[in-house]
Design a protein around this ligand. Structure first.
Ligand code: SIN
Ligand code: CO
Length: 373
């Protein structure tokens, strides 16, 4: 793979080997001459919407305060030390989506979202750590980042956000627009705005095993198959009627031990789980729905692209789109894998598609999951 200016001239392989999960990396001019594509007012507009997750953080004499959006009112611009955080901007803005997708040297299954923060002078979210890797791209104005490799990750009690009890600064950097700081999970950091500033956080997903396990058991509910019913042809008279019979426990253990899951079950579970849109995500059907024939004609001519909110993953003969799974033949798989990797296919590529796939594509167009180019 090529050396990327985005990674300070490192190849993704070198970056992943030497820095990913290991140590911070400051990249001056990761995006040269970067000018924030989303204005402050556009960001404030997103924070007013109820399908956009946002938080307002203030810090003053009364300590730290946090309020969840939608934000009908924000503090005055000249008020010091407040921060607005807007999550998932990539879902609502094509430029933010394009920026996030520059990080696809990490698989889609691990990429989360683009969060944008706006801070007035002195604003920040306090010294803390995150449980995920993060790239902090300075988009507008300046921010002073102070970081620490400390092991002491104890948090202050009774504050509405995660603030470290002790923060011992190892290094500090002032970031200008286009500069970017990579931080591994659990690396202590504190960013404070110098004048008003905007910072873009490229975030990753690292599901907690407990949460994954609970969802997996839910998935297995539809999958387990245990025929038969308990029987005890050798039953002996009960001397202690309330006691659970040992033979019954053993028999049940043998039956429940028949619950098995294969790599295929795990693949299907993971594909569905990780391609499931977040609860706040809604798709808009096209303004003009097309009949199957019209859709097919237009798709063959113009090609198709995935809507930026659509998540597609695949493995083997299984393709997952927005939480649904499909078992597909080889030709359809080639088309869908291309659509997933490139996020678009030209009309030519659809020539080998089966009738089933064309019908599915038509349906996905109807629900707003994909668009004609
Ligand atoms: C911010 O942009 O203010 C917060 C980002 C972070 O510290 O993770
Ligand atoms: Co952070």
């Amino acid at each position: 793979m090529k050396k990327l200016p985005l990674l300070g001239g490192l190849t993704p392989a070198r970056f992943l080997r030497d820095f990913w999960h290991k140590k911070p990396l400051l990249i001056r001019q990761a995006i040269p001459d970067f000018s924030a594509p989303i204005t402050r007012d556009e960001l404030f507009g997103l924070a007013r919407r109820d399908d956009v997750e946002s938080r307002l953080i203030t810090h003053g004499a009364s300590g730290w305060n946090m309020r969840h959006g939608p934000m009908d009112k924000l503090p005055a611009l000249k008020q010091k030390a407040w921060t607005l955080l807007v999550q998932g901007v990539n879902l609502h803005d094509a430029r933010a989506d394009a920026l996030l997708r520059q990080f696809r040297f990490v698989p889609d299954a691990r990429l989360d979202d683009l969060m944008i923060s706006y801070a007035s002078d002195g604003g920040g979210v306090g010294p803390h750590f995150d449980s995920y890797d993060v790239f902090l791209l300075q988009a507008h104005g300046q921010r002073r980042w102070r970081v620490s490799a400390q092991d002491d990750l104890r948090l202050q009690e009774d504050v509405p956000l995660k603030i470290l009890s002790h923060f011992e600064v190892d290094e500090e950097f002032v970031l200008e627009p286009g500069d970017m700081l990579y931080l591994p999970p659990h690396y202590a950091h504190d960013g404070v705005a110098i004048g008003e500033c905007m910072t873009y956080s490229i975030g990753f997903r690292a599901p907690a095993y407990q949460e994954l396990g609970e969802s997996f058991l839910d998935f297995m509910l539809d999958t387990i198959d245990l025929p038969g019913r308990y029987a005890d042809p050798d039953l002996k008279p009960a001397t202690r009627p309330a006691e659970l019979p040992a033979g019954m426990v053993a028999r049940m253990r043998d039956e429940l031990n028949k619950i098995r899951f294969t790599d295929d079950d795990i693949t299907i579970f993971l594909g569905q789980h990780l391609s499931e849109p977040k609860p706040s995500v809604f798709f808009d059907p096209p303004a003009q729905p097309l009949s199957f024939a019209r859709f097919f004609q237009a798709a063959r001519k113009r090609g198709l692209r995935l809507h930026r909110k659509t998540q597609v993953l695949y493995r083997g003969a299984n393709v997952f789109i927005n939480g649904e799974s499909f078992h597909v033949g080889r030709a359809d798989k080639t088309i869908l894998a291309r659509l997933a990797d490139m996020r678009a296919v030209d009309g030519e590529a659809l020539s080998g598609a089966s009738e089933d796939l064309l019908e599915a594509l038509h349906q996905w167009h109807e629900t707003g999951w994909l668009e004609l180019i």
